[in-house]
Design a protein around this ligand. Structure first.
Ligand code: A2H
Length: 253
C-alpha cells in the first residue's frame, strides 16, 4: 500500500449499450444523458491495451449526476471524493440518479478511450475492492497480471461466470516491450510463475511487483503516439493527452 495520497487517472468509458440485466432498471432513468463508467488506473500509458473492464459482482454501484449532461458510474465513496476535487459542477454535491449491483452490469458494452479495441465489455472480477479507487478497473492483460489471470479464468469457465464467449474474445494487445519479458509482460510472468487462477494470490503479488518494476524502469512503448519512447517519459504525456481530450480526469485518495 502506498503511504502518501494515490494519484489515479479516472478514465471515462462511455456506455454504448447496457447489458440485458441493467437496461430495464437504467434506460428510462438515464434518458438523454451521457453515462460513463469511471475506471481508476495508475498506468494510463497502458490504455491502448484495454480488452474489457472489470466490476466487482457483489459491489453496489451508483449513477451520479456530475453536471446537466454527464453521469458517472462508480462507488458512492468515490463519487463523494470526486465532489471535493472539482469534478462535479457544485462542490461537495453528488446527486444519485440510480443504483445497481455489479453483477447486473456484466455484458454492458462501453467505449475504451485510446484503446486498440475501441469498444469492450464489462466483466466480473472478484478481487475488485469497494474501498479503493472507483470500484471500476479497466483491464489490460498485456501488462497487469491480475487482469490477465482473471481474463483466462473467465474464458476457461465462461458458463460458470455467465459470460458470453464474445465478451472475453479480445486477445491481449502489446503496448510495452521489456528486455526480460518481451511485449506481453503479464502473460509471460503468469506463465513463468505458473499462475493457474486469480486465487493464486502469492504468485500474483510477485508477478505484479516484477511487472511494475520492469515495465516502469526498462519498458519501451510499442504502440500509440509515443511509440519508441521510454515508459517513464510516455506515462505523463499519455495521461495529459487523455485529460486534454476530455476522456479522463485526475482523481486522488
Ligand atoms: B491498474 P493501488 Cl496495466 N480493486 O490499471 C482492485 N484493483 C484496483 C481497484 C480496486 N478497487 N482500483 C484500481 N485497481 C487496480 C492498469 C494496471 C494497473 C496495469 C498494471 C498494474 C496495475 C490496468 N488495470 O495495478 O493499490 C488498477 O489497475 C497494479 C497494482 O492503488 C490500478 O492500476 O496501487 C491499481 O490497481 C491501483 O492499485
Amino acid at each position: 500500500e502506498a503511504l502518501g495520497p494515490q494519484e489515479y487517472t479516472g478514465l471515462k468509458m462511455e456506455v454504448v449499450q447496457w447489458s440485458a440485466n441493467a437496461a430495464p432498471e437504467l434506460d428510462a432513468k438515464l434518458q438523454g444523458k451521457n453515462v460513463y463508467f469511471v475506471a481508476a488506473t495508475l498506468r494510463p500509458e497502458t490504455m491502448y491495451g484495454q480488452t474489457n473492464c472489470y466490476v466487482g459482482p457483489s459491489i453496489n454501484y451508483g449513477l451520479f449526476a456530475i453536471n446537466d449532461k454527464d453521469v458517472y458510474l462508480c462507488t458512492e465513496r468515490a463519487a463523494r471524493n470526486m465532489a471535493f476535487q472539482g469534478v462535479t459542477s457544485e462542490r461537495g454535491e453528488v446527486k444519485k440518479l440510480a443504483s445497481i449491483a455489479g453483477s447486473k452490469l456484466v455484458g454492458t458494452r462501453i467505449k475504451a478511450p485510446f484503446g486498440h479495441y475501441p469498444e469492450v465489455y464489462i466483466l466480473p472480477m472478484d478481487s475488485v475492492l469497494p474501498t479503493k479507487g472507483t470500484g471500476v478497473v479497466t483491464s489490460v492483460p498485456s501488462d497487469s497480471p491480475d487482469d490477465y489471470a482473471n481474463l483466462m479464468e473467465l474464458r476457461k469457465k465462461a458458463e460458470y461466470y455467465k459470460v458470453d464467449p464474445q465478451w472475453v474474445s479480445y486477445d491481449p494487445f502489446p503496448v510495452i516491450t521489456t528486455p526480460t519479458y518481451g511485449d506481453l509482460t503479464a502473460e509471460t510472468l503468469c506463465k513463468q510463475l505458473k499462475i493457474q487462477s486469480p486465487k493464486d494470490a502469492k504468485q500474483l503479488a510477485e508477478a505484479k511487483e516484477l511487472a511494475y518494476k520492469e515495465g516502469f524502469y526498462s519498458g519501451k512503448m510499442v504502440t500509440g503516439q509515443y511509440k519508441g519512447e521510454a515508459v517513464q517519459d510516455a506515462k505523463p504525456k499519455v495521461r495529459q493527452d487523455m485529460i486534454d481530450a476530455g476522456l479522463a480526469f485526475a482523481y486522488a485518495e
